[in-house]
Each structure stands twice: as C-alpha cells, then as structure tokens.
Design a protein around this ligand. Structure first.
Ligand SMILES: [Ca+2]
Length: 198
C-alpha cells in the first residue's frame, strides 16, 4: 500500500468500526518503508468516542512513539527512515503496562508506563492508517500524514512471543491478525493511496 507525495489529509485507509471487543493486550506487526525524513509521521491511529488517542504509532527520524490510552511509550533509538523495508512489531499488555518493540524479528527494547496498567482499548473505534485522528474518523493534520509504503499490517488481541515474531520475519509469512487483518484494508483506501499486488 503506497502513501504518495504530496502529503495530504485525503490519503488514508480506514476501518470503522475496527475492533469488536475491548483490548487488554495487543500485538501490532507491519512492514514499512519510509523513503525520506519529513519530520514526524503517523503510521496508525485508533480513536474512540472516549479517547481520540487510544492507540497511535508516531514515527520520528530517530524515535518511535507508541501511545495507549493517550499514554506515551517512547523508543529513542529506532530509526525507520532508511529507505528499506523493515518489519516492526509492538506488543502491549495491561498487567505490567509494558510495551516491547521488535525490529526485523529481533527484540530491541521495552518501555513501561504504569498509567496503562489495567487499561483497555475500547471497542468500536476507528482505525486509520496514515493519519492522526482528533475525532473518530477525522480531525486529520497534514503535517502528521504518512508518506511511504506499508504491507502486512496485522493486529492480535494477545502479546505475541519473541519466537512468534521472529518466525514472521524469517519466514516472510504473516498469519492473519485476529483483530485487524491486512487483507481487509485493500478495499478501504481513500484519496491517492494505491494498492500494489505482488
Ligand atoms: Ca489525536
């Protein structure tokens, strides 16, 4: 899936409603290729009527920010702007309030935010690829628009193990997400976003 230039609030893919049940844990895995450094870009945002920042991945040149329930996990040594395909997985669970980051199948670090302990993402919200939502399905900001390529974006309602994630990367075969399934997004694009078949 290609998010072209010029960056525009018209370019996104949206599933609404996206999540059927509240989530006390999750794993989100995807392949991404960012062609140049344009400041911060939003890869995905999940907004509900209770919390427009219920889940966000925001990518900076040398940092990756992950939000759950508007609470921040900051990964400060992750450069995703190197013009190659990279496999990224983030897991989060509310028993410890811990998020783990994996890059190209390898565990690269974890962050704790105790404010997310016992939190649950609320069902029924809107999941948008390529834009940051300030309301359910809207309130986009051009300066946070994605310019790049995505593939195999999937989400699960559990914390995947390190071996599960390593297998996704090394086998290049990704099982369908139980919460978000990449194949569903092909018909949910807007604006100039295009889908390239392999
Ligand atoms: Ca927002």
């Amino acid at each position: 899936m290609v998010f072209p230039e010029p960056r525009s609030t018209e370019n996104y893919a949206m599933k609404n409603p996206a999540i059927a049940s509240d989530l006390s844990q999750l794993s989100l895995c995807f392949f991404i290729k960012l062609v140049q450094d344009q400041g911060d870009q939003i890869f995905v945002s999940y907004a509900t009527k209770h919390q427009d920042n219920d889940m966000i991945i925001e990518i900076y040149p040398t940092q990756t920010y992950f939000y759950v329930g508007n609470e921040l996990f900051r990964f400060t040594s992750t450069n995703l702007y190197d013009d190659t395909w990279q496999h990224v997985c983030l897991t989060w669970g509310n028993t410890q309030g811990v998020t783990k980051l994996y890059k190209d199948g390898q565990f690269t670090g974890q962050e704790t935010n105790l404010a997310t302990k016992n939190y649950a993402l609320k069902a029924g919200g809107s999941l948008v690829l390529g834009q940051e939502q300030d309301s359910v399905g809207g309130g986009f900001d051009r300066d946070q628009t994605l310019h790049g390529r995505l593939a195999s974006v999937n989400m699960w309602d559990k914390v995947l193990s390190e071996s599960d994630i390593a297998a996704q990367y090394t086998n290049c075969s990704v099982p369908h997400g139980s919460v978000i399934n990449w194949s569903a997004f092909k018909n949910l694009t807007h604006g100039s976003v295009t889908v390239e078949e392999p």
